[in-house]
Write a protein that binds this ligand. Structure first.
Ligand code: GLA
Length: 747
């Protein structure tokens, strides 16, 4: 049993394969958090809590006269509240009818359910009945009747615990939730580093690691989306933790809107992390009887460093967040039209691109921006989801027929949430755009955003998209979103309810996506927001892949994909081979390097194939063969970060679950003349197995005749794991090597 309950002592212990999470109801009814870490037994771990008078840390009334050592200000709790004596960063802040801000939650009851709970209208981890268990604990404020239903999902095989909270106003008078986080968790002991992932457009998910000091450190987004700027994922770890050892805890917020993750080290060195919807733009009115459901947070713990932690999360996202036909399947190798043509194309040009692509082994042609309305640049047309037949030279169904006749699948770009002022939609429905009456709105890419919190807007988008999807065999859509939201205001909400806008927007987005997923179960949806501006676990519930960054330069991608890999598997990372000089950085990299880097993601192309030489086209044919032949390990296998990109040579490994085949990829971002050799250890192989190590000779700039590493080598799995292999040296920047390691005699 994953959930063990000691009814007498009111102790709840959640076990996964390698972890234990425990909480206990104390004699005042407070739900204490007693432990999270490596697996133990069901014993009472509240012995770790020591009560002493901390001075200026007050006591609940029932304890105040007899026990000055009992204070919510220092006790580790499951769901912390503002205003009743816990002065740390807290999870729940309310405004009661009388204007007071106090909330104080005490234990009511609990229940264990088979399987994993689901959340209405929100993405969440899914699992078969036998793969998970759910614990529900109800807490209640005895004064106001506010009730918190704490949900805990336990997925033992994955070392994952999920949390979410439903707040219900069981009182007689209305309240406003000013902050309703999904998670609050305390550590009484230990120093931590906080690993977060910050970025910008064209430079997402850079790793930052800093010690947790006194005070509050926070990351978050008030941009309407999860953002390029901070990813809703972080890790708290022991100061010495690295890829292979040390305690690490991860927090993946399953949400695509505004979020805050806050970490505080308190007066006595205890650490608290709170994660949930960002409170700045949030205010949720609850009339008597009404409820608010928070999004979910996925927690995982690894006692063996970041590598194991990431592999736990990769499996979780791949198998228990992503859904639908494509979740567990190799994604089609695609050619996207954007960097090849931008807005400048005709139907004939697109068909010619598809014909060329089909000959090279590409499987899916994606028509990006510019096919609808009046859209020859980014100043107009968004919202008018009607094919521009004049530009295409034919109807959309006819274009799709011509392209699918080449043997390719067809995919189409949408930016459903965008609206241009210069569009028929805006002229007809100016009130559908997000803006505040009487105030000129903030423009970004010369566009506004549709008020997706409105059901009529959602219905319009559903009708438009379904009409187009029903008109032709469209296998894929790219769902883009190209600005941060500002001037937040909805004409459909009264003044008292404007605080609901941002969350209602996300719920509206999810409603449209869920409708598409249900109606077109075979449709592959790729998420996008100017690249990776909404790369989060929430979107992955609907879109099993997300365009990782608008920066397609292979060397920039080393950092972007490295940072992304901490929380997300490669099969979710949209990655394409693009032209050189690269359109974002001007960098010229070998074609082989661009392919090696894109293979760490979903793999595709985004360039004008007609501009390539015959030799380059031949190389592309081989790249697609390599990707397809190794897709099992690349997209479903285990992933190891062997060397970080900041070292001048990034190295990573993909290995299949059975340990029969691995691909080690090394990319030099900075060659060192006459430098030392790089040795890496290869993981996940069978110790006794004999393996062939074969260097894929793809680099078009290499002189293989003088290259001793060109010879195959034969080594045991144990030798590869402990002694390792040498990465061939590079003689120029940006060279990439791929070592293909195969078991000589597969069982
Ligand atoms: C965004 C996307 C790009 C491309 C353009 C089209 O920037 O990230 O991949 O689709 O929009 O306008």
């Amino acid at each position: 049993m994953a959930i063990h309950i000691d009814e007498k002592n009111r102790i709840f212990t959640l076990h996964t394969l390698r972890t234990t999470y425990q909480m206990k109801v104390d004699n005042t009814g407070v739900l204490l958090h007693t432990y999270y870490g490596a697996r133990t037994d069901d014993g009472d771990l509240s012995q770790l809590i020591y009560h002493m008078d901390r001075g200026f840390s007050g006591n609940p009334y029932e304890k105040g006269k007899t026990d000055k050592g009992y204070s919510l200000d220092v006790l580790p709790q499951e769901y912390s509240c503002f205003g009743t004596g816990d002065y740390r960063v807290t999870a729940l802040r309310v405004r009661n009818t009388d204007g007071s801000r106090a909330a104080d939650l005490r234990y009511q009851r609990h229940e264990v359910r088979p399987g994993k709970y689901a959340l209405e209208g929100l993405p969440a981890v899914h699992a078969d009945q036998q793969e998970a268990e759910t614990l529900v604990v109800w807490l209640r404020d005895p004064y106001t009747g506010m009730e918190a239903e704490l949900l805990f999902g336990v997925l033992p095989a994955l070392d994952v615990i999920t949390r979410a909270v439903k707040i219900t106003n069981e009182g007689q008078t209305p309240v406003v939730l000013e902050k309703a986080a999904s998670l609050s968790i305390d550590w009484q002991y230990g120093d931590f580093d906080w690993v977060t992932f910050h970025g910008r457009h064209c430079g997402e998910r850079n790793l930052q690691r800093q010690p947790v000091g006194h005070g509050i450190q926070s990351i978050g987004s008030v941009r309407g989306t999860s953002s390029h700027h901070y990813n809703p994922f972080s890790i708290l770890c022991a100061p010495g933790a690295n890829e292979e050892q040390g305690d690490c805890y991860s927090f993946s917020f399953v949400y695509s809107g505004e979020f805050a993750m806050e970490v505080e080290k308190d007066q006595i060195g205890q650490t608290r992390l709170v994660c949930g919807i960002h409170p700045d733009d949030f205010g949720w009115n609850l009339a008597p009887g009404e409820s608010f459901q928070t999004p979910e947070v996925i927690l995982s713990y690894s006692g063996a460093g970041f590598g194991l932690l990431s592999r736990n999360l990769h499996r979780t996202i791949r198998d228990h967040i992503c859904r639908g036909k494509w979740a567990g399947q190799r994604r089609p190798v695609l050619l996207n039209s954007w960097e090849g043509t931008y807005f400048d194309f005709t139907g004939d040009k697109l068909v010619a691109m598809a014909q060329e692509a089909a000959q090279l082994g590409v499987e899916l042609f994606v028509l990006d921006d510019g096919w609808f309305g009046k859209r020859d640049d980014d100043h107009s047309g968004l919202g008018d989801w009607f094919p521009n037949e004049q530009k295409l030279g034919c109807s959309l169904p006819e274009l799709v027929r011509r392209i699918t006749d080449t043997g390719l699948l067809f995919g189409l770009w949408f930016e459903p949430e965008g609206i241009s002022e210069d569009s028929d939609l805006y002229r007809a429905h100016p009130d559908w755009a997000v803006q505040i009456e009487g105030r000129r709105p903030n423009l970004s890419r010369d566009q506004l955003i549709l008020d997706v919190s409105r059901t009529d807007v959602q219905d319009y988008l559903i009708e438009r998209m379904c009409t187009i999807l029903d008109s032709a065999p469209i296998s894929y859509i790219k769902w883009d979103m190209n600005r941060s939201i500002c001037d937040k205001f909805s004409h459909q909400l009264d003044a008292a309810h404007q605080g609901q806008f941002s969350h209602r927007y996300v719920l509206g987005l999810y409603r449209i996506l869920e409708t598409l997923c249900q109606r077109y179960p075979d449709l592959l949806i790729e998420g996008c927001s100017g690249g990776g501006g909404r790369f989060d676990t929430g979107m992955l519930y609907y879109c099993p892949q997300i365009w990782c960054s608008d920066n397609s330069d292979a060397i920039s991608r080393l950092d972007i994909q490295y940072g992304t890999s901490f929380g997300y598997p490669g099969c979710t990372m949209g990655a394409h081979v693009s032209a050189v000089p690269n359109h974002q950085t001007g960098r010229v990299t070998p074609l082989a390097t661009r392919a090696a880097v894109a293979m760490a993601g979903t793999f595709g192309y985004e360039l004008d194939l007609a501009a390539l030489s015959d030799a380059e086209k031949e190389a592309i044919r081989r790249q697609i063969d390599t990707f397809q032949a190794s897709s099992q390990l690349l997209q479903q296998g285990d992933y190891y970060r062997l060397r970080a990109p900041g070292t001048g040579c990034a190295v990573w490994e993909n290995v299949d679950a059975a340990g029969t085949e691995a691909l080690v990829t090394a990319v030099y971002s900075h060659v060192v003349c006459n430098g030392g050799l790089i040795r890496v250890k290869v993981h996940g192989l069978r110790p006794e197995g004999q393996y062939r190590v074969h260097l894929l000779k793809e680099d078009e700039t290499a002189d293989w005749s003088r290259f001793e590493f060109a010879q195959d080598r034969f080594l045991s799995g144990a030798a590869l794991e402990h002694a390792g292999v040498v990465i061939p040296p590079a003689w120029t920047d940006y060279q990439a090597w791929q070592l293909h390691i195969t078991l000589c005699e597969k069982d």
